[in-house]
Design a protein around this ligand. Structure first.
Ligand code: MRU
Length: 349
């Protein structure tokens, strides 16, 4: 994969994507031709990041519609809907997956070609949405911190691997770097699957942006000692009141950022919003297998049989977030009261 290639595309009846499981040690292309292959790629994080899994899901429905064509131009709608249900179930936290699958299903009655066209339109939109969101957030930050090149901290991977274009939070960092406004990026390694170490450091190196990698538990110390001007992260699901689900560890960084008065920005497309969910308390958090924690790169790091707590995401309450920036707006949850003021707060019994 080089800087020009999108991380996910449609070619000759297949989803073409990069296998994120083996980066940065190897660059391996995957061609996904069946719904089962898409589900396997999404659930094992070969394809990952909320916008990217949404698009993989949408094109997965197109693969299903192609496979379930009926003589006369129609589609076996029950079969496609069942595949759509299985695709959505592959990862439960990022709402983009459900959103994208639902959107292509609205074209199902028009036949397989319409489903594919909708998926391809979404691919094109992703690039526009990325660009708009990144420019808006970069403008906001330059206005907020106009004085000097910025020292930024980010968590997980929110770059072009997680979308199909420049990315979300990491896209903002690249935009600021292009404007000559980045002094350094601190990259959390992002245990247990090391999206920061393996993917974000790889993208920043490729882009030539100065960065240092740190263990997740160094983030609070960096914030406490004035090493960071702003935290930038992405999101997997945003509740109506502005509570944000993102990669496990995000909440702790937000707490430390608030404690040390460092701005904490969330950059995510409108498709990451879940307006039906009043607060973050309703967000389903994916729990993943024990081996992700008890092993590191295949080598055991804990006694055999150790029980594990391995949530893939956590929820950051709106009150800790300085701004949520999308392609169309900047929402400042600290200033705007929750949409449902009397909803139970996270942590309430
Ligand atoms: O488990 P992952 O790697 O899919 O988690 C990804 C994240 O949490 C990202 O921060 C989020 O999806 C936003 S990506 C633009």
């Amino acid at each position: 994969m080089n800087a020009q290639q999108p991380s996910l595309s449609w070619e000759d009846g297949a989803i073409v994507t990069i296998d994120q499981r083996v980066l940065p040690h190897a660059t391996r292309q995957l061609r996904l031709r069946t719904v089962d292959e898409v589900i396997e790629a999404v659930s094992t994080l070969a394809v990952r990041g909320a916008p990217a899994i949404g698009l993989a899901g949408a094109l997965g429905v197109a693969l299903s519609a192609l496979r379930h064509r009926l003589p006369g131009g129609g589609v076996d709608r029950a079969a496609v809907r069942e595949d759509a249900r299985r695709l959505v179930a592959a990862r439960p936290t990022a709402v983009n997956l459900e959103w994208a699958v639902r959107r292509v299903l609205t074209r199902l009655d028009e036949g397989h070609r319409a489903v594919l066209d909708e998926g391809l339109a979404m691919l094109r939109e992703d690039a526009e949405v990325n660009g708009a969101m990144v420019r808006r957030a970069a403008d906001l930050l330059v206005g907020l911190l106009p004085d000097r090149p910025l020292r930024l901290l980010t968590h997980c991977n929110t770059g072009r691997l997680a979308t199909t274009a420049i990315g979300t939070a990491l896209g903002v960092i690249l935009e600021l770097a292009a404007r000559g406004r980045v002094a350094e990026v601190l990259v959390d390694e992002t245990r247990p699957l090391l999206q920061g170490a393996r993917l974000t450091a790889w993208e920043l190196r490729e882009a030539g942006v100065p960065h240092r990698l740190c263990v997740d538990s160094a983030a609070a110390a960096a914030l406490a000692t004035g090493m960071v001007d702003c935290v930038l992260v992405g999101a997997d699901r945003i509740a109506a009141n502005g509570d944000v689900a993102n990669k496990i560890g995000t909440y702790g960084i937000a707490v430390a950022a608030a404690r040390h008065a460092v701005p904490f920005l969330v950059i995510a497309p409108e498709s990451t919003r879940d307006p039906d969910l009043a607060t973050g308390a309703g967000i389903k958090i994916e729990e993943r297998g024990a081996a992700e924690v008890t092993e590191c790169a295949g080598a055991p790091v804990a006694p055999a049989g150790t029980a594990v707590f391995n949530p893939a995401f956590d929820v950051t309450p709106a009150e800790l977030i300085t701004a949520i920036v999308s392609e169309s707006r900047v929402v400042r949850p600290r200033e705007e009261p929750a949409a449902v003021p009397d909803a139970p707060r996270l942590g309430d019994a």
